[in-house]
Design a protein around this ligand. Structure first.
Ligand code: ARG
Length: 463
């Protein structure tokens, strides 16, 4: 169906057929068939531009357009035949077109090369992929924001160094992740600016002597800018690296969340109950309900960050302009995208459906002196220098530890033995609830602050 007329597109200068092993080694159709839609879209725009610049007649354009549409339909129906000898998606579609419409099809490649073509296809693909991830990140944010009201009064221990530090409201926790994912969305939008640049018409590396209109093609493809240097088009993969980093950062955020929730689901913590539909069992231990989805979300970060490293190493020291090395750019991006997409698709329902084990969290909240910093700040408010207040509270905590008591259960004389100026009002600051309510700075875990932030998020996500 899509036979290569007269062998390879480049066979003119060759007197020897390509070794089968070389064909197998150099082909990219295995994976770049994923670019088929973008390749056809790019070719349609290119052909329309050729029509407008009178490099194609209306009849030639009509035939090319129809041919490409038929090929797209065949691909959609799964009827299109891929053959290793045809190397890549560009050659497949072009030779299928020639097989369908004959010589007119041989005009499609006018004023372009595969170097600018592959860059355009890949940019179109990355643009779509970035948009998809943005939608998914919004879903994940929605999942967290959707539980903020219901979890509003839940206080969690906040940690630094994995040691209990200060109490925080559960929604403060959820919104913390929303902030991280917001930066991911922002980063994707920023990366998209560099992705959304049209290289088509830069041809191999130097441009073309044909009277093409690169601005027309860019406009037809919805690109924001036209790349200003043909050598740069041929060699630039910054956009792919940036996108790989964006995906790595998403993955890193997810892995932090997954790690925390894995711990939180243990018998030792018992902060959360994961939905069973998102857990798996053990083949030998009948009682096990394992957080494998979270573990894999954490684990898959390795391949996503590995893919970024692959692209960095791939482009290091690569001379201008196009080099075949660059064919290795696609699989890492496809793999990162598939991985992150799947992780986000699972993260949203997991975030929404996991239950907080409120009583269990509350039963141990007064362990770990989460209110010690609040006590110190209470002393500061009474005029004691911070360093002095820190020392006073340290001594009080030491006594409390020795007696295995929370601060609020120490008698007033104990407080007074450390600082005679202390009075009954100290109890108004002790305990996690008071400590949380004592907060007031912008962005803190003070209930009023958190409430305001929840409203900001609800508005933003149009709840
Ligand atoms: N399959 C190639 C790639 O992915 C397309 C560009 C080929 N260009 C060339 N001059 N051989 O990079």
């Amino acid at each position: 169906m899509n036979g290569a007329e007269g062998g390879k597109a480049w066979s003119g200068v060759f007197t020897e057929a390509t070794d089968r092993r070389v064909e197998k080694f150099t082909e990219s159709i295995r994976f770049d068939k994923r670019l088929s839609r973008q390749d056809i879209t790019g070719s349609m725009a290119h052909a329309r531009m050729l029509l407008e610049t009178e490099l194609l007649t209306p009849e030639e354009f009509r035939q090319i357009e129809q041919g490409l549409q038929t090929i797209q339909a065949e691909i959609d129906k799964g009827e299109f035949v891929y053959r290793m000898e045809l190397e890549d998606i560009h050659m497949h579609i072009e030779s299928a077109l020639i097989a369908k419409i004959g010589d007119v099809g041989r005009k499609l490649h006018t004023g372009r090369s595969r170097n600018d073509q592959v860059s355009t296809d890949f940019r179109l693909w990355c643009r779509g992929a970035a948009d998809r991830l943005t939608e998914q990140l919004l879903e994940v944010q929605r999942a967290f924001v959707s539980r903020c009201d219901e979890d509003f009064d839940v206080i969690l221990p906040g940690y630094t160094h994995t040691q209990r530090a200060q109490p925080v409201l559960a929604p403060h926790y959820w919104l913390c992740y929303c902030e991280k994912f917001e930066r991911d969305i922002d980063r994707l939008a920023d990366c998209r600016k560099r992705v959304n640049v049209c290289g088509l018409g830069a041809a191999a590396l130097a441009g073309t002597s044909l009277p093409i209109d690169r601005f027309k093609t860019a406009e037809l493809l919805g690109f924001e800018k036209v790349a200003a240097n043909s050598l740069d088009v041929s060699s630039d993969r910054d956009f792919a690296l940036e996108f790989a980093f964006c995906m790595t950062q998403i993955s890193l955020h997810l892995s932090t969340w997954a790690e925390e929730w894995i711990w939180w689901s243990t018998a030792e913590f018992r902060y959360i109950q994961l939905p069973q539909a998102f857990c798996t069992g053990s083949s030998i231990m009948p009682q096990k309900v394992n957080p494998d989805v979270l573990e894999l979300i954490r684990g898959k970060t390795a391949r996503v960050s590995g893919n970024l490293q692959t692209l960095i190493t791939l482009t290091k020291g690569l001379p201008l302009a196009y080099n075949r090395d660059l064919q290795e750019d696609k699989e890492p991006i496809f793999d990162s995208f598939d991985t992150v997409e799947m992780c986000l698709a699972l993260a949203a329902p997991l975030m929404a459906r996991t239950k907080l084990l409120r009583e269990n969290i509350a039963s141990r909240l007064e362990e770990g002196y989460l209110d010690a910093t609040a006590l110190m700040e209470y002393l500061i408010k009474r005029g004691i220098p911070q360093r002095t207040a820190h020392g006073i509270v340290g001594r009080i905590v030491r006594i409390a530890m020795e007696r295995r008591r929370p601060l609020m259960q120490l008698p007033l004389e104990t407080f007074r033995s450390v600082d005679p100026a202390l009075d009954e009002s100290v109890y108004g600051i002790l305990g996690v609830k008071n400590a949380v309510h004592a907060m007031r700075s912008y962005g803190s875990t003070a209930p009023e602050e958190v409430r305001q932030q929840i409203e900001v998020w609800k508005k933003k996500l149009s709840f």
